[in-house]
Design a binder for this molecule. Structure first.
Ligand code: NDP
Length: 408
């Protein structure tokens, strides 16, 4: 036994989640990430519900890096833009949006000059705007690569939301464009700047649970049953790839890598798409995968758009366990060690992760500091997701090279 206190209710929920993976094999129409159809277009969307805009703009700190925010959606407006206030070296210099009314309202609230507000059609004009040094891409995933490549062509640095892109070929295109332009490329993996996750990495490095045997991660939630791909990009193949794995399953994948400190050598997986559910005509409902590492450790990752909410990372070693629940959320993290070392952690405010990642890129731009979450990390993760889908499609273990490329 692991010694972990898992409630009976949680065990039943876990049982239900895993049963759905094993009961039905997915009908996968070809490699998911590689078959995203034609290139999708950018289009404006309404103002999200419950956005609170600042009552007065903050003045940029002298010498701080000016960012253009591309895409004024839920995450940009509710999480990231308000956090510029807490950054030391980053400010909002420009906005790019397909919704003119929202652009005006948000621009006024954040004090962005009218001539620094761009539509998608005007995006390439940022090249001539010296107020913009970096572009923060907060668009649906299927649009990341094109907008990043155009930002590099305009001579700007890029902070790109996760996942980096829908295919490894697009990731390689972005990395090549960054190199050509001699500009920085960072993937917005905020958990690398979150105190509990940073401490967890350090604990695992000093073998606080002994030799790692198992990692279990879950990123689960339930998408509104009335959603359709035309109004929710997260369930549209061209914008979201296979669905929950790219969206937040990627956090479980990341956790498995940074907690073990290893790259998997082989992967097996199952993906599930129920029949007659309008939410899952284009994406999977659930993906479960198993990663085997060279040390012998095994990670089991579950992600779903159709399961009771969960966000955990558990590491089980031969002398103890690390329990993170929630593990990779915006706030409210809880973390404890069990076994030989028993303690709970209270590590301050997890929301420092948002400003932390902004200033990290600004430090790299100003001082040439190395980027903790570079494009190469984004490419690695997209390669691993391609391997997960390939394993699900073939029903066989996919073997991997150390850089995450599938062995032919
Ligand atoms: P939303 O749907 O809330 O917003 C996306 C915005 O992108 C829209 O409001 C719109 O902005 C713009 N857009 C341009 N073209 C399209 C299109 N064809 N369909 C839909 N929207 C379009 O998404 P989120 O804000 O939740 O996610 C955006 C990005 O942020 C994704 O890459 C996602 O993975 C990432 N994300 C990261 C999180 C993290 O924890 N790091 C958490 C949540 C999301 P406008 O109207 O201004 O043109």
């Amino acid at each position: 036994m692991t010694g972990i206190n898992i409630s009976r209710r949680r065990l039943i929920e876990l049982g239900r989640a895993t049963a759905s993976f094993t009961l039905a094999a997915a009908a996968i129409p070809g490699p998911v990430l590689a078959q995203t159809g034609g290139r999708p277009g950018a289009r404006g969307r309404p103002m999200p519900a419950n956005v609170s805009l600042p009552s007065r703009p903050t003045r940029p700190r002298p010498g701080s890096v000016g960012y253009a925010i591309v895409g004024l959606g839920d995450y940009a407006l509710k999480q990231m833009m308000p956090r510029f206030d807490r950054s030391q070296r980053s400010h909002i210099a420009a906005l790019v949006s397909g919704n003119p009314e929202k652009l005006a309202r948000v621009g006024d609230a954040y004090g962005v000059p009218e001539d620094a507000r761009y539509s998608y059609e005007q995006y390439d004009r940022i090249a001539a705007d010296r107020r913009i040094e970096a572009v923060y891409i907060v668009l649906p995933t299927g649009l990341h690569a094109d907008f990043a490549v155009r930002a590099f062509a305009a001579g700007k640095h890029v902070l790109c939301e996760k996942p980096m892109a829908l295919t490894s070929a697009d990731c390689e295109r972005m990395i090549a464009a960054a190199r050509r332009a001699d500009r920085k490329l960072m993937i917005a993996y905020r958990v690398h700047f979150e105190p509990h996750n940073i401490e967890a990495m350090a604990l695992m490095q000093r073998r606080a649970v002994g030799n790692i045997r198992f990692v279990r991660t879950e990123q689960l939630s339930r998408t509104d049953p009335s959603s359709t791909p035309s109004e929710n990009w997260r369930i549209s193949r061209t914008l979201a790839g296979g669905g929950p794995l790219e969206d937040y399953g990627i956090y479980g994948l990341q956790s498995a890598l940074y907690l073990t400190g290893e790259m998997p050598e082989s992967i097996t997986a199952t993906a599930f798409r129920p029949a007659n559910d309008p939410r899952f005509t284009e994406v999977f409902a659930s993906v479960a995968s198993q990663l085997r590492f060279p040390s012998g450790a095994v990670a089991q990752l579950a992600t779903s758009y159709d399961a009771h909410g969960s966000n955990i990372a558990h590491v089980l070693g031969d002398t103890g366990a690390l329990i993170m629940d929630p593990a990779t959320s915006y706030e409210g993290h809880e973390m404890r060690l069990e076994g030989r070392e028993r303690r709970s952690f209270s590590l301050g405010d997890p929301t420092v992760q948002f400003a932390g990642q902004l200033d990290h890129l600004s430090d790299a731009i100003r001082d040439g500091a190395a980027i903790r979450t570079p494009g190469e990390m984004g490419l690695r993760d997209v390669r691993l997701m391609e391997a997960i889908y390939a394993a699900a499609e073939s029903g066989r273990a996919v073997r991997l090279d150390p850089d995450g490329q599938m062995r032919r």
